[in-house]
Ligand binder design. Structure first.
Ligand code: NAD
Ligand code: UD1
Length: 339
């Protein structure tokens, strides 16, 4: 298939572009580089030997999005583009609603006009809200979220479900748990701009000396060691899940289907931190700080549906995730070069 990857220069998008090419698909990317650097594409091209055409524009620009579909042959779309920082979304809600919803409207409208009927969408476990039983199952209702970012995901899922039913699209809603890790080559990985919001990139920057120490947000949760438990998933496993979902779309009997992409077990903050120390080979500094507002004690994915219907499951361990993150971060302490 010829696949348009929106947000293909980002963390998960770039790893998925690589996996798509390795699986024999043709890829083109649209990205405005608002949260990524163009130099990532050279890394993808050197790992695959393929040329990846990049269209650098903001997808909320309806005219440019229409023109792209008018001039390129596109068989399917994987839609990663969007803003994703939970705290920032509380401070700038309108930017989040405008970007995440606006890009989806422009993209899906262009797909309808040009008869492109296959879509894989980046959703998040955040749509399960605060009260879903663990492990999270795809059929749980009602979906909700506690931040504007999370609410854009709930809304996008709703919009895509309605449009799929009305217009004959096939849509896979992929609900990611906690994506971490880096490509095993050490040449591609997560490159957050500014202070990392998420645990793994923060630990990686402590290990490389960019941050003084990790603050662990709370050790008094009702878990085995008192720190929060999450379902971490290696970004290469996640990328493979997108290829599996894309290739499953035509066989779907319903217009829209949600799939959890996680490993199916919980790992605590302390366990992840200790695993990272093993990857680095020495102890790292940390302190126990207060709880972070909005954090849930523990959750992980029910992974049965993705295994049965997509034939996909995560295979990489927590130690793999830490070793690969460390290989990337130590070889690229400042992330991708500017350029
Ligand atoms: P990322 O920020 O690294 O990648 C997103 C890419 O989209 C960036 O390259 C950015 O420049 C681009 N972009 C943003 N708005 C755009 C627009 N209007 N037009 C064109 N390009 C635009 O993020 P990521 O971690 O790779 O996440 C990808 C998707 O997965 C996002 O939709 C995110 O919400 C979702 N997701 C991520 C996580 C996670 O932990 N990383 C978890 C759940 C869901
Ligand atoms: C967060 C978002 C979620 C989003 C996900 C992926 C919140 C409440 N949730 O999930 O919506 O989909 O990121 O982008 O923001 N931790 C520390 N110290 C740190 C950073 C994190 O102890 O410096 C802890 C957190 O308290 C949490 C765990 O590590 O218990 C994982 O945190 P994080 O990586 O931010 O992911 P989530 O909170 O699961």
């Amino acid at each position: 298939m010829r696949v348009l990857v929106s947000g293909g220069a980002g963390y998960i998008g770039s790893h998925t572009v690589l996996s798509l090419i390795e699986a024999g698909h043709d890829v083109l990317v649209v990205d405005d580089f608002s949260n990524s650097k163009p130099t990532v594409m050279a890394r993808v091209e050197s790992l695959t030997g393929a040329h990846v055409p990049v269209h650098a524009f903001d997808l909320t620009d309806v005219d440019k999005t229409e023109r792209l579909f008018a001039t390129e042959q596109i068989d399917a779309v994987i839609h990663f583009a969007g803003l994703k920082a939970v705290g920032e979304s509380v401070a700038k809600p309108l930017e989040y609603y405008a970007n995440n919803l606006g890009s989806t409207f422009a993209l899906v409208n262009a797909m309808r006009h040009h008869d492109v009927r296959r879509l894989v969408f980046s959703s998040s476990a955040t749509v399960y809200g605060d009260n879903a039983p663990v492990p999270y199952h795809e059929d749980y209702q009602p979906l909700s979220a506690s931040s504007p970012y999370g609410r854009t995901k709930v809304m996008q899922e709703q919009v895509l479900s309605d449009v799929a039913a009305a217009d004959g699209l096939k849509v896979a809603l992929l609900r990611y748990f906690n994506p971490v890790g880096a490509h095993r080559s050490g040449t591609m990985g997560e490159d957050p701009q500014g202070i990392p919001n998420n645990l793994m990139p923060f630990i990686a920057q402590v290990a490389v000396g960019r941050r003084e120490k990790l603050a662990i947000f709370g050790d008094d949760y009702p878990t085995a060691d008192g720190t929060c438990e999450r379902d971490y998933i290696h970004v290469e496993d996640l990328a493979a899940g997108h290829v599996a979902a894309l290739e499953h779309l035509d066989a779907m009997t319903e217009p829209v289907r949600a799939f959890n992409l996680g490993g199916g077990t919980g790992t605590s903050v302390l366990e992840l931190f200790r695993a990272f120390e093993r990857a680095v080979g020495h102890e790292l500094p940390y302190e126990i700080a207060g709880r972070r507002a909005g954090d849930l004690p523990a959750y992980w994915a029910d992974t049965a549906r993705a295994a049965e219907e997509l034939g996909w499951r995560a295979t990489r361990t927590i130690d793999d995730m830490c070793a690969d993150t460390w290989r990337w971060q130590s070889a690229n302490p400042q992330g991708y070069p500017e350029g």
